[in-house]
Design a protein around this ligand. Structure first.
Ligand code: G1P
Ligand code: ZN
Length: 539
């Protein structure tokens, strides 16, 4: 039986950089989740004959939300849902299933790398038939629809048993429950040389993978331990937990510190990596050595021929604007098309669909290729293992050789968190107004050469997006300012600082960037406006 439920709309359901992300308790308010889902269904329009993929990272409230989603999809006339067993699917696995089955879209219930639990965050990511998250013009329409919604439809039936693989029916809609890992493993086998990687481990190579109690545990166990023969126990925090065991599943130097410390200890393995809550982010570590995500993208691009799927050549490469310029130098040396897009993976989708790029990456620990339309944490790890297997070199050697060849971009991101939204908005607006007056100004050793907002004109759909402010200096250094679009409350100011050196390769990044950090604080009047003299998170 289908019920139509009268509801009062919520007006805060605007999607940000990674879908809708809110405090779990906000999403748990009466009808909140239902309103948002109905706004999406209303935006899509006719749902007859449509199939969607549904999964999540297993965080708190996932199970309840998935049951609601299933019953609403059925009531709205959806033909079929493909659901990961027990409601689990990593973001990359979901994108793969979506594309492989040529479905009409997919939902990943995840707030990505944000903490989970009743006091944590919840989120909903919606991808369309491209396999990637929807463009802004569609999310804007969903937001408009959410604000005027007066009712939603839901099927009045028992919960679906999502532990049972296979087909079942809900209110006339078909549900297929699939193993969340199988198809993903098959895809990885089609990209990488598993035989070569098996040899690497058979020869004694050791690794540690931290799944941070989130969705990638089962994927990593299957691939690294069972398929490739990494020692049992190489994957840690492998059981997905609703609150991620209290961890903040963001694979960086701050939140994955135990892994970083382990790699600096005498017990360190040859290689280590971590993924985030929903498996699209990655961090790469060698023995006592950290690879910045910007360098990782550049090194992967420089080594594309080490992986079978790319040996015949690749299209171009793209990075998000705040990501360091390292990959730009590789693209230029290797004559690859090169694009710089706004922050957010969705901007890579058009470039991939039109065969302009194969690889893409963000400084925020996201790396991926056109095998799917999301970033892919385990893919990045397998790529690094492939480079190691092909060269016989360590993570540190590979990275240092890269610097010798291309020079080094010292790069650090400083986040100023938890400020009132008005403070963040005003800081950015005032800074934007001041940009034209900065040219020629001197800050210590640095002289401003150019200062302007970043504007991206999409070569495919011709949309124009403005995101972030860039201050460039005469020596090639730059400071980028932007506000986060993924927070669940308040504002976060991100300040990205880069300094390039052709021959000074072994400096300490923070020391190398001290002068620019001071300039960044002064230019944006950060202490005066926020009361903060230091960043809350440095990655
Ligand atoms: C952050 C990252 C961005 C990434 C997004 C989703 O967005 O900076 O690169 O695409 O998460 O994972 P932000 O909070 O900066 O808007
Ligand atoms: Zn994520």
């Amino acid at each position: 039986m289908i019920k139509v439920i009268a509801t009062t709309p919520y007006d805060d359901q605007k999607m940000g950089t990674g879908g809708l992300r809110k405090k779990t308790k906000v999403v748990m308010q009466p009808n909140y989740f239902e309103n948002f889902m109905q706004a999406i269904f209303n935006t899509i329009g006719d749902l007859k004959g449509k199939t969607f993929v549904v999964g999540g990272d297993g965080r708190y409230f996932n199970d309840t939300a998935i049951q609601k989603l299933i019953k609403m999809a059925a009531a709205n006339g959806v033909k079929k849902l493909i659901v990961g067993q027990n409601g689990f699917l990593s973001t990359p696995a979901s994108s793969n299933i979506l594309l492989k089955n040529k479905t009409d879209g997919g939902f990943v219930l995840s707030a990505s790398h944000n903490p989970g639990g009743l006091d944590g965050d919840f989120g909903i990511k919606y991808a369309n038939e491209t396999g990637g998250q929807i463009p802004t013009k569609i999310s804007d329409k969903i937001f408009e629809n959410a604000k005027v919604l007066t009712e939603y439809k839901i099927c009045d039936g028992p919960d679906v048993d999502l532990s049972k693989l296979g087909r079942q029916e809900v209110c006339g809609m078909e549900i297929e429950v699939i193993d969340p890992v199988d198809d993903y493993v098959a895809m990885m086998k089609g990209i990488f040389d598993f035989e070569a990687l098996r040899k690497l481990f058979a020869n004694g190579f050791t690794m540690r993978f931290d799944a941070m109690n989130a969705v990638t545990g089962p994927y990593a166990r299957r691939i690294f331990e069972q398929e490739l023969g990494a020692a049992k126990g190489s994957v840690i925090n492998a059981k997905p937990l609703p609150d991620f065991g209290g961890l903040h599943p963001d694979p960086n130097m701050v939140h994955a510190k135990p892994l970083v410390d382990f790699m600096a200890s005498p017990e360190a393995t040859d290689f280590a990596a971590a993924n985030d809550g929903d498996g699209d982010r990655n961090m790469i570590l060698g023995k006592n050595f950290f690879v910045t995500p910007s360098d990782s993208l550049a090194i992967i691009t420089d080594n594309y021929d080490k992986v079978p799927a790319y040996q015949k050549g690749i299209y171009g490469v793209a990075k998000s604007m705040p990501t360091s310029t390292a990959v730009e130098r590789v693209a230029s040396a290797r004559h690859l098309d090169y694009y710089e897009v706004p922050t957010g993976w969705k901007y890579f989708v058009n470039l991939m669909d039109s065969n302009r790029i194969t690889f893409s990456g963000e400084e925020s620990f996201g790396t991926g290729s056109s095998h799917i339309r999301e970033k892919d944490g385990i893919w990045a790890v397998l790529f690094w293992l492939s480079i190691i297997a092909a060269t016989g070199k360590s993570v540190q050697e590979i990275t240092e050789e890269f610097w010798h060849k291309y020079g080094r971009s010292y790069y650090v991101r400083f986040d100023f968190e938890g400020m009132p939204t008005e403070v963040g908005d005003k800081l950015m607006a005032d800074l934007e107004n001041r940009l034209p007056s900065l040219k020629g100004k001197v800050y210590g050793d640095y002289t401003v050469s150019e200062a302007a907002p970043f504007v991206y004109n999409d070569p495919v759909d011709h949309s124009s997006t403005k995101n972030g402010l860039i201050v460039k200096f005469t020596d090639g250094s730059r400071i980028v300012y932007r506000l986060s679009g993924t927070g669940s409350s308040g504002a976060t100011l991100r300040v990205y600082i880069e300094r390039y050196s052709k021959d000074q390769l072994n400096g300490d990044p923070l020391k190398m960037l001290t002068g620019l950090f001071n300039a960044a604080m002064e230019i944006a009047e950060v202490p005066e406006r926020t009361g903060k003299h230091q960043a809350d998170v440095v990655t």
